[in-house]
Design a protein. Structure first.
Length: 643
């Protein structure tokens, strides 16, 4: 009986295992069957013992005591009982061993997914923006699930005009799953097909078709949120009640406003990838048109805030109302939707520029709370800490790189490499820059990084060699010209320095931060070649701009860099008292990057006070702060297996 039962049990197990996947039976069915068979097996053994089943006599029928002779009573075989025990243990063991591979047969994949640009099947190319909008909304919904890792739209749009096999997409995006879709819009009717694929196997595991008439926004939102939730369920990603609430939010009730916003969004992304100012202007116009249909549309205000930043940053750099319109627009956006990640990011950037670092950090944290996959929030969080907290900066840049595998990915790796270098980990920094080069093959970007590192190390000869190469390849790079001119000054090659500075001035079209940070060094070059009138003009201009920066309480003023620049000018002009007054303010900084250690050790503008005891003490303080931060970063890198 036991042998028959065990054989039947294994047949049942095999049958359930075979039919489970094609019939899409629930994953809990096989474990339940195994438990029931195990209970049945125990019952079979007990019944066998109760009825005294054995191979010699079968079931012994009961007779009266008087009619049964003692010698005729069939005796249970001890060897058979032992065999039953052994059989029980062996079969139970086989079941347990069988459970492990069977219940684990469904691979536990990383909860990560890439959403490919949907294919527009409509003959009307203008409907591309609509299909792209559907894709982006589904993508945004998935991004709001903390249990999922989802590359953003900038990562995925590279495949719109350059499609690749699913397995390649999964590898490049470093994801386990890929969602692809296609659709067309025929007047009010939307036909949509979406398919979920296991990336490295290129195997479709789920698909769904929609044929809906879109009468209002709710009809469209229902489809988008349903797809996101179905995909998350299939991947077994947990959606919290708050995430579900955010996913189900309706951005606008006006279908025309939604259409105009989607068209504007499409133009904005065109600007993002191509740098076409015409696309940016069209996006702005479409956003304003959307507001005429729905003046409470939060996403539109956030979009306008981003556009205003791009168009007016340098125009307002020295204005008392610097980027105030950005804050107004971001606040208005959050008034209508206080869970909009994009609005928190732009507001965080505003507070960062104004030196309100704690508030900026809170804004970025809010952005990440409502969109855990927002790589821009991590990027700007990294920039916030770039010169103040190297551990948080490295951590933020690393997370930004994890959540972005698009055209920006190599740049993020270079950011990570640069902050590691400025933390004193030169080899690790070079590793990430090498990874970036292997991805984009941008040799010029790599050479720029090498030139920066040479400058950080005080190797101005090597920096000049690399920057001259860059100049031949890209003469429009004004930052390279300014750095090249400064490097020549460090080498006392002042005619070459003057050549580069004058070329730099001709190419400058905006009064940006790089301009006023560099003109006191240009003044030094003019002084050394005997043009003292030009030198005094630019020294005075440097003082004027820097004091304006201090009065306006700009970011550089709060971080001490403005005081450092003032100290440079006053030291060169022989005003020792003001030079040290500003150096003391600069020395209040808690952290010092490697580039600052190198600069203050080699800064020619401090030659007149370099031997002063107070200057030497400040120099010692700067080096000690760098070493302390270097050690803190080392401990963090070791703890996170990054060394």
């Amino acid at each position: 009986m036991i042998t028959i039962y065990s054989g039947a049990a294994f047949v049942i197990l095999e049958l359930v295992d075979i039919i489970a996947e094609p019939l899409k039976l629930p994953s809990w069915l096989l474990p339940v069957v195994i438990v029931l068979l195990s209970i049945g097996f125990i019952i079979a053994v007990i019944l066998s013992w109760i009825y005294d089943v054995h191979p010699e006599g079968g079931i012994v029928k009961t007779e009266s005591v008087d009619d049964v002779k003692e010698v005729d009573i069939p005796k249970s075989s001890n060897s058979w009982k032992i065999a039953s025990y052994v059989s029980f243990v062996v079969i139970l063991g086989l079941i347990v061993l069988n459970v492990i591979p069977r219940t684990g047969k469904k691979k536990i994949l990383d909860k990560s997914i890439a959403v490919l640009p949907f294919t527009n099947l409509s003959t009307d190319e203008e409907n591309t923006y609509f299909i792209d909008g559907v894709m982006e909304s589904i993508l945004d919904n998935l991004c709001k699930i903390a249990d999922l890792r989802v590359p953003g739209r900038t990562s995925m749009m590279q495949y719109r005009d350059n499609p690749k096999p699913i397995s390649i997409v999964a590898e490049e995006m470093d994801v386990a799953y890929v969602l692809e879709g296609s659709g067309q819009k025929i007047e009010k009717r939307l036909l949509l097909t979406v398919q979920l694929i296991i990336g490295n196997e290129d195997r479709h595991i789920w698909s769904k078709q929609y044929d809906r008439v879109i009468e209002n926004v709710e009809d469209l939102i229902d489809i988008q949120k349903e797809i996101a939730q179905l995909v998350a369920n299939e991947i077994e990603a947990i959606i919290t009640p708050e995430e579900k609430q955010i996913i189900e939010m309706i951005p606008t009730t006006n279908l025309m406003a939604l259409n105009l916003y989607q068209q504007g969004r499409e133009e904005y992304w065109n600007y993002w990838f191509d740098g076409d100012n015409g696309s940016l202007n069209r996006a702005e116009d479409l956003y304003f048109d959307a507001l005429t249909y729905d003046s409470n549309y939060a996403e539109v205000y956030a979009g306008l805030a981003n556009i205003y930043w791009i168009k007016n940053y340098y125009l307002e750099l020295m204005s008392e109302s610097f980027l105030d319109s950005v804050l107004v627009l971001a606040n208005k956006s959050l008034h209508y939707n206080n869970k909009l990640s994009e609005a928190y990011v732009i507001r965080g950037r505003y507070y960062d520029e104004w030196g309100q670092y704690e508030q900026a950090a809170k804004e970025f944290e809010k952005a990440i709370q409502y969109n855990p996959n927002d790589w821009l929030a991590y990027l700007f969080m990294g920039r916030l800490y770039n010169n103040n907290d190297f551990v948080k900066c490295i951590d933020s840049y690393h997370k930004a790189a994890i959540h972005n595998r698009g055209p920006e990915f190599p740049t993020l790796l270079r950011y990570l490499g640069n902050i590691l270098t400025n933390s004193g980990f030169l080899e690790k920094g070079e590793y990430y820059r090498g990874e970036a080069l292997s991805l984009d093959g941008d040799s010029l970007a790599n050479i720029r990084s090498l030139a920066n590192i040479a400058g950080v190390n005080g190797d101005y000869t090597e920096s000049v060699r690399l920057r001259e190469y860059i100049l031949k390849r890209d003469s429009s790079d004004v930052n390279n010209l300014a750095n090249l001119a400064s490097n020549y000054a460090h080498l006392n090659q002042f005619e070459e320095s003057k050549r580069c500075y004058e070329d730099w001035l001709k190419k400058k079209t905006e009064l940006d931060d790089q301009f006023y940070r560099g003109i006191h060094r240009m003044a030094y070059t003019y002084y050394q070649i005997g043009d003292k009138k030009e030198a005094e003009y630019y020294f005075d201009k440097m003082l004027e701009l820097t004091y304006t920066e201090l009065d306006l309480d700009r970011k550089d003023a709060r971080e001490g860099w403005a005081n450092y620049n003032l100290a440079c000018v006053y030291a060169f002009r022989g005003d020792t008292e003001k030079a040290f007054e500003n150096l003391r303010l600069f020395n209040k900084r808690k952290t010092m990057p490697l580039w600052m250690v190198t600069l203050i050790n080699n800064d020619f503008l401090f030659d007149s006070i370099r031997d002063e005891p107070e200057f030497q003490q400040i120099l010692s303080d700067v080096e000690a702060k760098f070493q302390a931060e270097h050690e803190r970063v080392r401990q963090w890198l070791e703890k996170n297996d990054m060394l």
